[in-house]
Design a protein around this ligand. Sequence first.
Ligand SMILES: *[C@@H]1O[C@H](CO)[C@@H](O)[C@H](O)[C@H]1NC(C)=O
Ligand SMILES: *[C@@H]1O[C@H](CO)[C@@H](O)[C@H](O)[C@H]1NC(C)=O
Ligand SMILES: *[C@@H]1O[C@H](CO)[C@@H](O)[C@H](O)[C@H]1NC(C)=O
Ligand SMILES: *[C@@H]1O[C@H](CO)[C@@H](O)[C@H](O)[C@H]1NC(C)=O
Ligand SMILES: *[C@@H]1O[C@H](CO)[C@@H](O)[C@H](O)[C@H]1NC(C)=O
Length: 455
Amino acid sequence: MYSSLILLYLLGAILVSGQQKCYNKSTDFYALTGTRTPYHLVGGTLERPKKKCEPLQVWAIIRHGTRYLQDYEVPEYGIDGLETIRDEIVENHKRGAGHLCSQDVEKIRSWRFTAHIRPHDSDDMTELGHYEMSSLGTRLKNFFPEIFDVDSDQVTADDFQFQATNFTRTIESMKSFQRGFFGKVLEVESKVPLTNDALLIPQKQCPAWKKKNRPADVNKERDTFTNGPEFDIIKREVAEKLGYNEPLSFEKIKPMYEMCRWEAAWFPNETSTWCMAFTKEHLKYYEYREDLNYYYCCGPAQRLSQKLGCLTLSDMFNHFESKKQQVPDEPRGVFYFVHTLSNQQLMAALGIAKYPEFDGTSYSTAANRTYRNSFNAAFGTQLMAIFYKCEEDEKSPYKVQFQQAEKVIPMDGCDDEGLCDWEYLKSKFGRAVQECSMDVCYQNLPNRTTPPIYF
Ligand SMILES: *[C@@H]1O[C@H](CO)[C@@H](O)[C@H](O)[C@H]1NC(C)=O
Ligand SMILES: *[C@@H]1O[C@H](CO)[C@@H](O)[C@H](O)[C@H]1NC(C)=O
Ligand SMILES: *[C@@H]1O[C@H](CO)[C@@H](O)[C@H](O)[C@H]1NC(C)=O
Ligand SMILES: *[C@@H]1O[C@H](CO)[C@@H](O)[C@H](O)[C@H]1NC(C)=O
Ligand SMILES: *[C@@H]1O[C@H](CO)[C@@H](O)[C@H](O)[C@H]1NC(C)=O
């Protein structure tokens, strides 16, 4: 009996050694993929202050839910070249090169580009994207019953303000949010036009931004990292795993990474084919690289972004001050459906997630950076400000708490649960709000190779 067990064991060992280890998502995949991270991986749990406070108004900018690729992105990411890469990998395996197990090669062989274009009967968002929005609507309604327990049939245009940018994915996000919140899409005419891109996409109307700060343009820190030792590891190890004789270029690997994270967002319960090319560590390097990209092009390190963020900041401030002054018809909730950059701009204006020791050579020390797109720019992420009245604080009853992805944001000068005195916020940001204008877009700023750091 023992001998047959040993025989079996030996046989097993021989079979395994003749084969490569197969990819196992639960041990080999790292799910924080920056701006393509699905919300359920990072969303927190809404919180109320411990003090006795009554919510008066909720103001939020909400990034659209998980979406499909746009047609123009396919060549932009080089995804149209993936079928060629697929065939090369299969050939490499045939001649015994690479470290993929045969089942994984089979998955790659059967990968088809066309299957990954958005289904014809859908809008830009995936089913999960719609769910991200509707469930957020439901959670918010239930969490603030003092202001949100309304009869959907009686809701009027003054009760809520909804606005989306002029894109299918944001308009659909708004509708799904309303379905979760009211049980239906609101039919009331919104007080403001549904599309107001000057407020929500100011960079579109900003010549200075177009000239100098497009994300795809020069970004020294991102490029330092891309040309550094971490990406050398990716170029070498991905080539080895897929059976290429020499390290692959950044451009050749890029579409595999992009498809990996898109597929991971679209099919959360499956193993995405292209992720099999990468180790967890590789995916962390990519996450870091995208963080550098946004931090310097459009986030806290970008002066122009900070300036443009004053538009949504002013809007928030005007609403809260009107609420405090009991202006009639001031809505209970103000909800904007937007894109990554609106979020980055408002973060920059509020000074959220500044992390000075973060650059193209600091990967090993900036692992715990507060700026992280997987958390602050995932699909469906919101930046929310809640205006409270806390009677027990007689001197300063009006307060604001900020939350991002349903997690309290710690703010300088505020208490340990992120609750800020309204008067303090007004003194801190009053000038930015007062002086808010798009003039900066028309100033003739000198050319520079990298945006200035401006905290
Ligand atoms: C993948 O790894 C997990 C965790 O170690 C393990 O439980 C699971 O059985 C593995 N799956 C396969 C298919 O090997
Ligand atoms: C919204 O976008 C569509 C095209 O996508 C355009 O035809 C329409 O004029 C835009 N509406 C506004 C208000 O900008
Ligand atoms: C993934 O699996 C979970 C749990 O089985 C299920 O509730 C969910 O609907 C699945 N998601 C998709 C997109 O299929
Ligand atoms: C990041 O945080 C983790 C957990 O708190 C800690 O173990 C690790 O040392 C930190 N890394 C750096 C580089 O500070
Ligand atoms: C700034 O850049 C533009 C176009 O890139 C160029 O035409 C112009 O000469 C530059 N100006 C200066 C002062 O270098």
